[in-house]
Design a protein around this ligand. Structure first.
Ligand code: BMP
Length: 265
């Protein structure tokens, strides 16, 4: 793919979603394609992780609904840390319902995700209405959406024609959809690759092949160099280590060196 050889910031011009543009630029500015999956259950731990790892990451990925002590001070505190360290917040909500329902789930409820999270994601399983619904809430706030084209877990049904149709759905909604959660850069069969998207990839570890619940890991090099994805998402590989900051620095270097090799800078 010609895009995989270009720098992140050079690719920004091909994106119409403002969050996608912002992310591409900040990756080159901060020299990082690392995202942390901050899967902790207390707000003190969550905010500590955002403050300590903030300097080394481009995206801070949350599962806000696993916090046992969530309250309405959390989004503001996260936003302040995002400003301080220049990262984007990604609430990994994985919406999967009809357009009308996801609109309410995105804007309302306890978490009001659209009001604080730069990025969120959705399964394409319900069809294009899910994008339309989320877009009505997110676009006026300049938010961006990722579609889950593939998953890292064993036995995933998101493959083949499902992933291909996901790519076509994204192409029809480039104002809001700027990329995918996936395991490899996708090309539409039979079509020239004419459109660029960002690929954010979970299932990354330099130490483990997987976990006991179906997670499957690959290395930063496999993800960035071989599969031509753009962002490595690392959870337990970093926050589960004795020294998470030192580990984040290691993963950041591995991801960045693979990117430099890919773009031959
Ligand atoms: P870990 O690196 O600890 O295995 O965490 C992976 C993170 O990425 C989790 O937050 C999980 O919800 C998410 N994730 C994934 O593992 N595989 C996917 O295909 C999509 C995900 O969002």
């Amino acid at each position: 793919s010609p895009y995989a050889k270009q720098t992140y910031s050079a690719r920004a011009g091909g994106f119409s979603n403002p969050t996608g543009v912002q992310l591409l630029r900040l990756m080159d500015e901060k020299k990082t394609n690392l995202s942390i999956a901050a899967d902790v259950t207390s707000k003190v731990e969550l905010l500590k992780m955002a403050d300590q790892l903030g300097p080394y990451i481009c995206v801070f990925k949350t599962h806000i609904d696993i916090l046992s002590d969530y309250d309405e001070t959390v989004p503001g505190a996260l936003q302040a840390l995002a400003e301080k360290h220049h990262f984007l917040i990604f609430e990994d909500r994985k919406f999967a319902d009809i357009g009308s329902t996801v609109k309410s789930q995105y804007a309302s409820g306890i978490y009001k995700i659209a009001s604080w999270s730069h990025i969120t994601n959705a399964h394409p399983i319900p069809g294009e209405g899910i994008i339309q619904g989320l877009k009505e809430v997110g676009l006026p706030l300049k938010r961006g959406l990722l579609l889950l084209a593939e998953m890292s877990s064993k036995g995933t049904l998101a493959k083949g024609e499902y992933s291909q149709e996901t790519l076509r759905m994204a192409k029809r909604n480039k104002d809001f959809v700027f990329g995918f959660i996936g395991q490899r850069r996708l090309a539409e069969e039979g079509a020239e690759e004419d459109e660029d998207f960002l690929y954010l990839t979970p299932g990354v570890s330099m130490a483990q092949p997987g976990d006991s619940l179906g997670q499957q890991y690959r290395s930063p090099e496999q993800v960035i160099l071989e599969s031509k994805c753009d962002v490595i998402i690392v959870g337990r590989g970093i926050y589960g280590a004795a020294d998470p900051v030192a580990k984040a620095i290691e993963y950041r270097a591995a991801g960045w060196n693979a990117y430099l090799k890919r773009t031959q800078q």
